[in-house]
Design a protein around this ligand. Structure first.
Ligand SMILES: Cc1cc2nc3c(=O)[nH]c(=O)nc-3n(C[C@H](O)[C@H](O)[C@H](O)COP(=O)(O)O)c2cc1C
Ligand code: SF4
Ligand code: SF4
Ligand code: SF4
Ligand code: FES
Length: 593
């Protein structure tokens, strides 16, 4: 069970199955858990497989539903259609799964991540066996280069090339690092890989170590991921017991082992040079490059640092061949990419899609469109350093170059869907506040530049914007981008630049008209009671926390704008049939609107 399933109640569902099975005995039934299946919005999910019958995938399972599934389906032989997301082949036609292509996540929802034999039964460690038994390190590097695999941690650097640079270094020992810091808000791809298929990362990392000649590796996992850490720990122990880590792996002369280092949650710790400092016990500040980590990393030794998803892709490439992998995707972006699809979308979850798929297919087919039939407004990709793309860009294919050209970026895979009720000035402010909090403070441009960006954005959101603010923001963004040392500072202006590019009229409305068109920025909105609708029920007056509403029973109520804190409670409590309270923006109009 993954974090998300557990949060949705998977533990209680499992207990319900266990308790019932305990009463009646298992018979020839088996009960097991698996990692995350990716469809967060339908968790907890249960798959029932019966001899001769089609496998059935159930979603939104509760302990009560579990008992019915047990009785009707497992004991009675009839699937419970009303709880089923898909029966037999229908499962592949579920819109959420139909356009996905599971390579890294191929074992999701299928194997128990705590059982190495289940991973091995699905060709696990076959790629490592092939590498150690039949390929030289140079051949492994050549195969990864031919596959076109690029780093999934954000920058998209060719993985085989990085390994080649490290291999060419003479200094020893060499190190490998699997980066699972994952500090972007809304992202959980790497956590989920560790929670549902940890051996894929171990196998990929061991192959990488063989290729570059490394003897020791680290999984750098943020401490806020206790389940991923536990899963990785258990998998490492099992791999050692099976001779897949340690000295003489699979009887070869190659030895390698991995230890876990827990990061303590700063976003900048995911940046490679900062992460290396963190492992060394130093303050996690980025450093100037070159030399790159592949030349001089941990304690000055050649170090390959790869994202967890990059590493977990490697076994599939060696198993199926570089040519197979490079046929998937676009000319410059090969294979698949995992995204965590979150925000105002119907089907939230973890998706693995072929590169080249359009953003529209992701949002409207896989994601099932916007919640509550509201209108799509923007898609935020690339984490806090990414950009916000409008509806007109939705036919963009997912690849490194197209996303960068549009003013956003692939990043490590966060994808946040934004609907019409969101203010884009507020979004830009949110992300700059995040990077401002997370800046290590070493560069003036990043530290003070993000302070200045935040100050201007806050002024605009408060209705105190001035002529010339947008031009100033443009200039400041450019300065921060160019003068900052690491990727955090170099990309932190992206949310501002992309929202100013695609949603300029919204900034102008804040500055020129003192309006927030999305009705979000507190200083620019007011609540107003429509006299023709109000029936004087007093609900709003009773619930207003600051006594800003006056009026007797059965008379029209009025809001005192000088007292009102714009908390929105009156709008919430006014009975929907009456709907007398309105939220408005702009300077006060007639009758106190
Ligand atoms: C501020 C910042 C945070 C980063 N966080 C991560 C992260 O959480 N995980 C990750 O794999 N890469 C992260 N990166 C990118 C790493 O520096 C590095 O490029 C990556 O781990 C290399 O692996 P790859 O080549 O497999 O992508 C971050 C970069 C920056 C600038
Ligand atoms: S750009 Fe920002 S986070 Fe990066 S080194 Fe400079 S101050 Fe630190
Ligand atoms: S928005 Fe809040 S403070 Fe203002 S009138 Fe309504 S309930 Fe009172
Ligand atoms: S809750 Fe609505 S109907 Fe009742 S007094 Fe307030 S504004 Fe009028
Ligand atoms: S279902 Fe696994 S992360 Fe949501």
């Amino acid at each position: 069970m993954g974090t998300c399933g557990i949060a949705a109640g998977a533990g209680e569902v499992l207990s319900a199955f266990r308790a019932e099975v305990g009463k009646n005995g298992l018979g020839d039934m088996g009960l097991c858990t698996s990692g995350c299946a990716g469809m967060c919005s339908k968790e907890p999910m249960v798959t029932v497989e019966t001899k001769g019958g089609p496998a059935v995938l159930y979603g939104d399972v509760t302990p009560e539903k579990a008992l019915r599934i047990l009785k009707d389906h497992l004991q009675g032989g009839t699937p419970v259609r009303e709880y089923a997301l898909g029966i037999g082949a229908e499962r592949d036609e579920i819109p959420f799964f139909r356009k996905q292509k599971a390579i890294v996540l191929r074992n999701r929802g299928i194997i128990d991540p705590d059982r190495i034999d289940e991973y091995i039964a699905r060709d696990g460690y076959a790629a490592l066996e092939k590498a150690l038994g039949t390929m030289t390190p140079d051949e492994v590097i050549e195969e990864i280069k031919k596959s076109g695999l690029r780093g999934r941690g954000g920058a998209g650097f060719p993985t085989g090339k990085k390994w080649e640079i490290c291999r060419a270094e003479e200094k020893a020992p060499k190190y490998l690092i699997g980066n699972c810091d994952e500090g972007d808000p809304g992202a959980y791809m790497d956590r989920s890989i560790f929670e549902s298929d940890p051996h894929a990362v171990i196998e990929g990392m061991t192959i990488a170590a063989y290729a570059v000649g490394a003897s020791h590796g680290y999984f750098y996992i943020r401490t806020e991921y206790p389940l991923a850490i536990r899963s990785a720990q258990a998998a490492l122990s099992q791999a050692r017991e099976h001779g897949l880590l340690g000295a003489n792996i699979l009887g070869s002369s190659f030895g390698f082992d991995i230890e876990i280092r827990e990061g303590s949650g700063a976003f900048v710790c995911g940046e490679e040079s900062s992460l290396i400092h963190s492992i060394e016990g130093e303050s996690p500040e980025p450093k100037q490059r070159p030399p790159f980590p592949a030349q001089a990393g941990i304690w000055g030794c050649p170090t390959v640092i790869n994202n967890v998803e990059s590493l977990a892709t490697v076994p599939a490439i060696l198993r199926e061949g570089a040519e197979w992998f490079s046929r998937i995707g676009t000319p410059t972006s090969k294979g698949t990419k995992i995204f965590s699809l979150v925000g105002a979308i119907n089907n939230t979850g973890l998706i693995e899609v072929p590169m080249g798929i359009t953003l529209r297919e992701i949002v409207f087919e896989i994601g099932g469109g916007i919640q509550g039939n509201r209108k799509f407004k923007a898609l935020q990709t690339g984490g806090p350093s990414g950009g916000c793309l409008p509806e007109s860009m939705l036919d963009l294919p997912v690849d490194y170059e197209s996303l960068a050209k549009s003013g956003s970026m692939m990043g490590s895979g966060g994808m946040i869907v934004i609907d019409e009720d969101t203010c884009m000035v507020d979004v830009a402010k949110f992300f700059v506040q995040f990077t401002n909090d997370e800046s290590c403070g070493k560069c003036v441009s990043c530290r003070d530049g993000s302070d200045a960006l935040l100050e201007v954005l806050t002024r605009i959101a408060n209705g105190e914007g001035r002529e010339g603010d947008l031009e100033f923001l443009d200039e400041l963004c450019l300065a921060v981008k160019n003068a900052s040392m690491c990727g955090l500072g170099a990309t932190l202006p992206n949310p501002v630049l992309s929202t100013m590019k695609y949603f300029r009229e919204e900034y102008e409305a804040h500055i020129r008209d003192r309006k927030c068109p999305a009705l979000v920025c507190r200083n620019l909105i007011r609540y107003f009671i429509q006299p023709e609708k109000c029936n004087g029920c007093r609900l709003c007056a009773k619930n207003c926390p600051v006594d800003a509403i006056s009026g007797d029973t059965k008379t029209v109520h009025v809001i005192d704008h000088a007292k009102c804190t714009r908390c929105g409670v009156c709008l919430e409590v006014c009975p929907p049939k009456v709907s007398a309270v309105m939220k408005v923006t702009g300077p006060p109009g007639p009758e106190g609107t």
